[in-house]
Design a protein around this ligand. Structure first.
Ligand code: SF4
Length: 500
């Protein structure tokens, strides 16, 4: 589909709005200095024309959309000196209203298309706005529904005391991330860089990977100590770190505690996502080394759906793994589930939510599957149709039930390319919110990451500048180019020196 611009180049904002309605569509972009040329490009085939021009002393923002033979066009006038940011927002809203009229689709998040909607709430409250004014701004500026205003507001409220403590800990506090990108087998819906540890070739990769990871931990630890940086939280993610043996996990955790000062950390998480990797020996070992929070993920409590997604474990194994975690002494357990999995129904999803509430983990994280897989947006005979997307109803059910059961939303983010623009929400019982998840989502703290796929985020808390250092994505590349990659970590030293 063609996106044509006259008098503006608001590609980023308008493409994001287009993606709400046409997530799988590939767009071609045309920038015209001449209005006649822009108009001539629009009208032949599916396209959207975004215009900004002065006329009669006023600024006109106009959108014309042609989809499958149907046309919708709207325009608004503004004072001639209207700033760029406001123009982008207003043009996005005009485009949204045209597309909504043509397709019959509306998004509960309106034109708030970014990944982190809660940031917007924090920004507004920092300006001194109260609840009603924040709701008004979200509704009027971004067309957000009341339900989504409420969930974003509640999430921000839950986060506030934890973010205040993060601020108190200062610019030299950081989160530690250790990546173990291996899993016992690969789930069919997986979009992460994670390797099934089944084959011999991958099994051979693991011992040198652990050697290198420990070296990287020591190297980064030296820099952190030299700079006087203080660890605030630890997070082992992946993949599934518990794919490793108890001895391997102990080795990495020992290296970590020898290399960094962990005496002030608020939380220590290890993902044990796949129940088929959980044993009493492993959880006992990581508990002994100071891990306080584990994640054990059923994704669904339906056996049929588990088979559909190739998880190669049963619900019984999930319940066993959960019991083992409790017996190992874990007082904060997270369980991840996904709304909209293939073959899941409203009924089976409700049973999953109800079953988890009964089990009573301290955290329940409700993800939604990418719309590319969970729904069909089809163009036929010029009409855009969205077929049943049960994820919306599932998420609504989860929000209501979890809220009623005493869980509070504590972090929230959205995925791109979803027709219904749904969100992922971490729910927690009071006092069990994951500090690491909040800090990484709200981008308020440096993250020092180690291991393949790791991405270090250096955060200047004064001016909000964020700089990234990427590690190699795949374990083979990580092992093969290790010394070269290690040198990138020296940038941490320079970054903090520049701030002094
Ligand atoms: S457990 Fe998670 S990271 Fe591993 S294959 Fe499955 S979805 Fe991917």
């Amino acid at each position: 589909m063609r996106l044509i611009y006259f008098g503006n180049d608001y590609k980023y904002d308008t493409e994001a709005v287009m993606k709400l309605f046409y997530p799988a569509e590939k767009f071609e972009f045309f920038y015209c200095d001449d209005r006649a040329e822009a108009l001539s490009l629009c009208g032949d085939g599916d396209c959207a024309l975004m215009e900004k021009y002065l006329s009669g002393g006023m600024l006109t923002l106009a959108v014309t959309v042609h989809i499958g033979g149907s046309e919708e066009s709207r325009s608004e006038e503004y004072p001639a000196d209207t700033g760029d940011d406001l123009c982008k927002m207003e043009l996005s809203k005009i485009l949204y209203s045209c597309l909504s009229k043509l397709t019959g689709i509306s998004s509960q998040w309106g034109v708030l298309t970014g990944v982190r909607p809660v940031k917007q709430v924090h920004k507004l409250t920092e300006k001194g706005l109260g609840r009603e004014d924040v709701f008004k701004a979200l509704r009027e500026d971004f067309l957000v529904s009341d339900a989504k205003c409420r969930i974003a507001w509640e999430t921000a409220e839950t986060q506030r005391p934890l973010l205040e403590e993060t601020a108190r800990r200062g610019a030299k506090s950081f989160g530690l991330y250790v990546s173990v990108p291996f899993c016992p087998t690969r789930c069919s819906y997986c979009s992460f860089i994670s390797m099934s540890a089944q084959g011999d070739a991958i099994k051979k990769l693991i011992p040198p990977y652990i050697e290198n990871l420990c070296d990287e931990i020591r190297y980064t630890g030296r820099i952190a100590r030299e700079l006087g940086l203080t660890a605030d939280s630890v997070y082992f993610g992946g993949g599934t770190p518990t794919t490793l043996s108890a001895a391997q996990l102990t080795r990495i955790m020992t290296t970590l505690e020898e290399s960094f000062d962990l005496s002030k950390i608020r939380e220590y998480t290890i993902e044990a996502g796949r129940p088929d990797t959980v044993t009493a020996e492993k959880l006992g070992a990581i508990r002994e080394k100071g891990c306080t929070r584990v994640s054990i993920n059923p994704q669904t409590l339906s056996e049929d759906v588990l088979k559909n997604i190739g998880r190669s474990h049963s619900t019984e194994q999930f319940f066993d793994a959960f019991r083992i975690a409790r017996e190992a002494g874990f007082r904060t357990i997270n369980t991840d589930i996904i709304a909209g999995l293939p073959g899941d129904t409203i009924e089976s999803f409700r049973a999953t939510i109800d079953g988890l509430i009964e089990l009573s983990p301290e955290n329940i994280t409700v993800h939604t599957l990418s719309v590319k897989r969970s729904s069909n947006l089809n163009m036929e005979g010029g009409k855009s149709e969205v077929f049943e997307n049960p994820a919306s109803e599932m998420v609504e059910y989860a929000n209501e039930k979890l809220s009623a059961a005493g869980y509070r939303p504590y972090y929230l983010y959205r995925q791109k390319n979803m027709v219904d623009n749904l969100e992922n929400i971490g729910w927690a019982k009071a006092g069990h919110e994951s500090v690491y998840n909040i800090c990484i989502m709200e981008e308020v703290q440096t993250i020092l990451a180690m291991g393949a796929v790791g991405s270090t985020k250096l955060m200047d808390t004064e001016d909000g500048r964020l700089e990234r250092i990427f590690n190699y994505k795949y374990p083979q590349d990580y092992n093969n180019n290790f010394q070269l990659m290690l040198k990138r970590k020296d940038r941490i030293r320079e970054f903090y020196a520049e701030k002094e």
